[in-house]
Design a protein around this ligand. Structure first.
Ligand SMILES: [Mn+2]
Length: 330
């Protein structure tokens, strides 16, 4: 079977200096340098850029993108960096804080429209709680539903994707799992009556592993709920969000993730949300592309109908034989 082209993108914020609690990694770069770096990497076609910290002038950015032959995967609205958002953004009891977070998402939609990016993605990492008896669960949930509904209703032709993560920066993030995110989207849709296509889930492979999900099943849940999804690729040890090279830890999970993406005809970008830290930047992303594109080709070499027929027949042992022979190549 022919392999459809893999639209492979990179979150550009990882192409400069990053830091954690202990160290700084790599050297600072500006957006133009990051775009040039992606354009020079084998196999990558696009970028996800962070609004408002990387984006700058829309016309200038769009001109650079055309010049370098890159596509936008998404605009990433950052609602966790400002001091007022450090303890949370969309779910806070103070209305002006929630409103200013929605304002950033609206600005990201304006920017996406101006540069022709397909959608906005937001990961509300600061929303959640650290202690028990800290937040009023129904109140913060209700605030988040209202804020997401307000953000979705603005320019609904630019869809908004919500990215979940179990933990970090809060001990327990409000949008912890795929199922929680689907529930919030369902409630926000009902609140506004917005079209089903204007709210989606960003499934980050590593976040799903970290939440003890099977990332492939998370794709299937969104598909069955009729909720659009956008995929981030990386890997980790399922104990922390390490943002490692894809399939460097969970090879078979990664293969199954791509299997279901292929089954459903996923045609948005696969966006690399991975951080080189101590590794050589170009080498790190090249190895990540090899793993992702290689497994994408491998998945398309399989008789997927046969796999699904064997599932219907509950022939788990024959399925494992096929996986050993055709995926692990043992
Ligand atoms: Mn991600």
């Amino acid at each position: 079977m022919d392999t459809p082209p893999l639209r492979h993108a990179v979150i550009t914020a990882f192409l400069g200096q990053t830091r954690d609690r202990f160290s700084e990694y790599q050297q600072p770069t500006d957006l133009r340098q990051r775009l040039e770096l992606v354009a020079g990497l084998e196999g990558y076609t696009g970028v996800e850029v962070v609004y408002p910290y990387e984006t700058g002038d829309a016309d200038q950015t769009a001109a650079w993108m055309r010049e370098l032959g890159l596509e936008f995967a998404a605009i990433n609205a950052n609602i966790k960096k400002e001091e007022r958002f450090v303890p949370g953004a969309l779910s806070r009891p103070k209305r002006d804080i929630r409103d200013s977070a929605v304002e950033i998402i609206r600005g990201a939609k304006d920017f996406a429209e101006a540069v022709g990016a397909p959608h906005v993605t937001v990961c509300p990492l600061a929303d959640g709680y650290d202690q028990l008896f800290q937040v009023d669960y129904p109140a913060v949930w209700s605030h988040a539903v209202d804020a997401v509904a307000a953000a979705a209703a603005y320019k609904p032709e630019v869809p908004l994707f919500l990215e979940y993560k179990f933990s970090e920066t809060r001990v327990h993030c409000l949008l912890d799992t795929c199922a929680t995110t689907l529930l919030l989207i369902e409630q926000a849709r009902r609140r506004t009556g917005v079209d089903a296509s204007c709210l989606g889930v960003t499934i980050d492979f590593g976040h799903a592993m970290y939440a003890q999900e099977n990332p492939a099943r998370s794709i299937a849940m969104c598909e069955q709920a009729g909720v659009p999804y956008y995929l981030h690729t990386n890997d980790n040890d399922a104990r922390f969000d390490w943002d490692l090279i894809g399939a460097s830890r969970h090879f078979l999970h990664y293969a199954e993730f791509l299997f279901y993406a292929a089954e459903y005809g996923y045609d948005r970008c696969f966006t690399t949300d991975a951080s080189p830290r101590v590794f050589d930047i170009a080498g790190f992303f090249t190895r990540h592309h090899e793993a992702t594109a290689g497994l994408w080709r491998l998945i398309h070499s399989l008789d997927r109908k046969k796999y699904r027929r064997l599932m219907a027949e509950e022939n788990a042992i024959e399925l494992m034989r096929l996986v050993n022979a055709e995926v692990y190549r043992l």
